[in-house]
Design a protein around this ligand. Structure first.
Ligand SMILES: C[S@@+](CC[C@H](N)C(=O)[O-])C[C@H]1O[C@@H](n2cnc3c(N)ncnc32)[C@H](O)[C@@H]1O
Length: 339
């Protein structure tokens, strides 16, 4: 494999024979005008969209979270993929694998193994806003799978899905793992699923990972780990805003909090201002005032019921071919097909 990357044009495409990376976001910061940040931090209940967790440092911290003893979702989802990967591959046949929010692509390898074992061609399109981790993981996948071809996109889901190019194989499977869908409100989820159904062709597959409802202490422990990694991940969002928008957030003046909201079946992650303060984001011409104790909501992580989710996806035009879960029923995978 050649490790030589050529900058092909000013449109930020890096390519070699088996790897093409398209930068729709990272090298074009002008595309992020900070509108969502201005809206989120000037409203009564302050919010920051969770995609701002994922600068390079944030992606590294997320990888550490996945290995924490309290953080069961990654291990559990991986165990399901390990058990049912072959079955999923047999159902879909030869497909291009598109992955939204691919991160380190660690769990994806369980599916790549299954497709490889069946002698299927391996075409993979990872999509992620975090360019560093996408490029690192693409290179290690190429070293591990000699026939794999990768066309990665450093982009938001919307940017990438609306620009899905010609597929190397006649069908696709689109993966959305890690229960990242739980970060969307119901309205955002509706819009996202509509984007999925409009981007896929009839017969294409969608594999969705969802974290399931379970007793409160297990959930809260997963987001309040004893080593403080989740707290560091949460606070890093402020450093990301400092870097991206020339800001002066002092993370030591905020504290991490994660609670389970039982009535809405969701973990809510906040940053709490430890004193009255104002913060400047110079690039956005924005000064934000905080009262002592005021919260910023940085993430919701909804917890699902597998049957209800199946009914929901069917109502959106995705036929659910199969559902998979683990022995404790802590995590679920839904294999759907656009009809
Ligand atoms: C919770 S992590 C999940 C990573 C991996 N799929 C897993 O299951 O372990 C979410 C991933 O989605 C990416 N991401 C978050 N918001 C995104 C967006 N709006 N568009 C594209 N990628 C996004 C992040 O950079 C991160 O790698």
């Amino acid at each position: 494999m050649s490790t030589f990357f050529q900058k092909q044009d000013s449109n930020e495409t890096l390519s070699n024979q088996r790897l093409q990376l398209q930068y729709l976001l990272e090298n074009n910061l002008n595309q992020d005008d900070g509108t969502e940040i201005i809206t989120g931090l000037t409203q009564e209940s302050k919010t920051i969209p969770p995609r701002y967790f994922y600068d390079h440092q944030g992606s590294q911290l997320f990888e550490k979270i996945c290995e924490l003893p309290e953080y069961y979702p990654t291990r559990t989802e991986a165990s399901i993929l390990k058990e049912y990967g072959q079955e999923i591959a047999k159902i879909t046949g030869k497909v291009e694998i598109v992955e939204l929010g691919s991160g380190s692509s660690t769990k994806t390898q369980l599916l790549l193994d299954a497709y490889q074992d069946l002698d299927y061609p391996l075409y993979y399109t990872p999509i992620d806003v975090s360019g560093g981790i996408l490029k690192e993981s693409a290179n290690s996948l190429l070293a591990k799978y000699p026939t794999l071809k990768i066309t990665g996109k450093v982009a938001t889901y919307e940017q990438a899905l609306t620009k899905l190019s010609y597929s190397a194989l006649s069908q696709r499977i689109c993966l959305f793992l890690g229960s990242t869908i739980g970060n969307f409100s119901q309205e955002e989820c509706d819009r996202f699923i509509e984007l999925i159904t409009s981007s896929l062709s009839v017969g294409d597959y969608f594999l969705l990972g969802v974290d399931l409802q379970k007793p409160n202490p297990i959930l809260e422990a997963a987001y309040n780990d004893s080593q403080g990694i989740t707290a560091a991940f949460n606070l890093n969002i402020l450093q990301h805003l400092n870097w991206r928008f020339d800001g002066n957030f002092n993370p030591s003046l905020f504290e991490h909090q994660a609670i389970y909201n039982e009535s809405d079946n969701q973990i809510e992650m906040y940053l709490i201002s430890q004193r009255s303060q104002n913060v400047k984001l110079a690039a956005l011409d924005l000064i934000i005032d905080f009262r002592k104790g005021e919260k910023i909501l940085t993430e919701i992580s909804r917890k699902f019921n597998l049957q209800e989710q199946s009914v929901y996806l069917t109502s959106k035009g995705l036929k659910v071919n199969a559902t998979y879960t683990d022995s404790k029923q802590w995590f679920g995978l839904l294999l759907c097909q656009k009809i």
